[in-house]
Design a protein. Structure first.
Length: 514
């Protein structure tokens, strides 16, 4: 949670991954004997005032941050800002007066900002208990200060950047399940803070969530056993990677632990596809082959379709959408097993552009492109699926009797879009010098197809897998039977010399299991 996807470029050391937020911070001492009202009274704060606080060190409070804080105060008229930016353990000399002058220069009203002097930990604890909202700094985010606020049940807003020092605050919020309060830009940061400061119901919900997380037996900020387990496993991973060799009787460590690859031997591939091009059937057959993992639609709008169990976790989806490349790397690492030889996933044209660009340029990926030359079959299948919300048939039975009306304009728009998407995908890959294996829907159950794929991916995929897959045809193989007005559709095809599209596609069905 504290590292960007391009972590290798930011360290000279070899990085060993530990998933999640794996740090331990002891909480502040309790503020026993002090009540919230008494603390606020000492700060000259009324009961109905929203108290926003920040303990970010003075050198972290840069002009970009001050602009945002001033905007938050402007849009939250009932809020004040309390700052305690000085600490004795930082050997940096900042004068309180000089800091106050900076705030004044940025238009901060003096009656809405309180600057506190250097505070001992027990007083920081009392200030936090008197507060309603904590504002993290950026781009250099807080670590201990953010953790102190969360451990007190205090809502926090932060902004995520692209390095450890810019992601620590975000990592603590995500550990607490507060992904929605991690902004991607300054405008979101301001918006999150203003909403909390002006919506007491929402503020109370977030505060209750923070308090519940902090009161767990092993809270996110101090899960000692969980930390010990994953940190110990990382050390063991390093130790087991050591190579033979001694230096004055001491064995040397190679530290050649794989970082951004799924495993030392696992190859990567991507399945370029479009809706109703046979990609679900294709991935399902691949997943029956030993040594192959093929994820389905990892970047679906509403869920994450892993190769085994799909996920609809809002937190997981948010993390995926916040950093798609990092999510894909993590998924590949988690998919790697000793016997896995190749790992892939399905990619559609509307999926994140950074993923499309990355796999197109990365030489580690092999590329399979699924097409469906019979655009009428693809169009009718997609239209029926959208109308019925039945996308996959995993049990044998009667074919669907659903029919659709012929809409020439809608079909031609669909056909043009699909042709253009396929051509753009192919051109992009060819421009990068990629070797692309093209497979049409009508070839999915042919033995030659899987022989070609086995050679291309350098893995054995038996023909039996292609015939035993439990996905069955949903609609009539005769495309005209899918329309309420088949004669009109046939006339359209005849005028354009496309009558072959009315014939069944050559995609034989699996035999029912005995």
């Amino acid at each position: 949670m504290t590292e960007p996807w391009d972590v290798d470029s930011q360290y000279t050391e070899t990085v060993v991954w530990i998933d999640g937020q794996k740090q331990c911070v002891y909480p502040l001492p309790p503020a026993s004997g002090w009540e919230r009202k008494k603390t606020r009274k000492k700060l000259w704060v009324t009961d109905d005032t929203v108290v926003m606080v920040s303990g970010a060190m003075a050198h972290k409070i840069q002009d970009r941050l001050l602009v945002c804080w001033a905007e938050i105060l402007e849009h939250a008229p009932d809020a004040i800002l309390v700052l305690y930016p000085f600490a004795p353990n930082w050997s940096i000399d900042f004068s309180e007066q000089g800091f106050a002058d900076r705030l004044r220069a940025h238009g901060f009203p003096e009656d809405r900002v309180i600057i506190l002097p250097t505070l001992p930990p027990e007083i920081v604890s009392k200030v936090l208990e008197a507060a309603d909202l904590y504002l993290d700094s950026f781009p250099y985010t807080g670590a201990t200060t953010v953790c102190e606020a969360l451990s007190r049940g205090l809502p926090v807003v932060t902004l995520a950047g692209g390095a450890l020092r810019e992601l620590t605050g975000a990592s603590w919020l995500r550990a607490y399940g507060l992904d929605g309060l991690v902004a991607g830009n300054p405008a979101e940061y301001v918006g999150n803070a203003v909403r909390l400061a002006t919506d007491p119901v929402y503020m109370a919900e977030i505060a209750a969530h923070c308090a519940a997380q902090a009161s767990q037996p092993a809270p996110p900020h101090n899960d000692q056993k969980g930390f010990a387990a994953v940190f110990g496993a990382a050390l063991r991973q390093i130790a087991e990677a050591r190579l033979p060799g001694t230096d004055n009787g001491v064995q040397k460590a190679a530290f050649a632990v794989p970082v951004n690859s799924s495993s030392p031997t696992a190859r990567r591939f991507v399945v370029h596809a479009s809706p109703r091009s046979g990609s679900t059937l294709f991935c399902s057959i691949l997943n029956q082959a030993p040594g192959v993992v093929c994820h389905y639609e990892l970047f679906h709008n509403e869920y994450i379709q892993y190769h085994d169990v799909p996920s609809q976790s809002p937190k997981e989806i948010f993390q995926r959408d916040s950093n798609p490349v990092n999510f894909l790397e993590k998924t590949f690492r988690q998919s790697a097993k000793d016997a896995v030889q190749v790992i892939g996933f399905k990619l559609l044209a509307h999926h994140p552009a950074e993923i499309i660009d990355m796999v197109s340029e990365d030489p580690a990926y092999r590329h399979v492109m699924l097409t469906r030359q019979n655009r009428l079959a693809q169009y009718s299948s997609l239209t029926i699926a959208n109308a019925t919300e039945r996308w996959v048939k995993r049990e044998p039975g009667a074919l669907s009797a659903d029919r659709i009306d012929w809409d020439q304009g809608a079909f031609e728009e669909f056909r043009d879009n699909q042709d253009r998407n396929d051509q753009e995908q192919l051109s992009r890959l060819k421009a990068q010098g990629k070797d692309v294996l093209l497979i049409d829907y009508s070839q999915l159950r042919l033995a030659e197809t899987w022989a070609r794929l086995s050679d291309y991916l350098d893995v054995s995929i038996s023909v039996d897998a292609a015939w035993s897959d439990p996905i069955y045809r949903q609609n009539s193989p005769r495309v005209l039977d899918r329309f309420n007005d088949p004669d009109v559709v046939l006339a359209y095809l005849q005028e354009r010399d496309l009558v072959t599209w009315s014939e069944p596609e050559q995609a034989p069905q699996p035999s029912p299991a005995p």
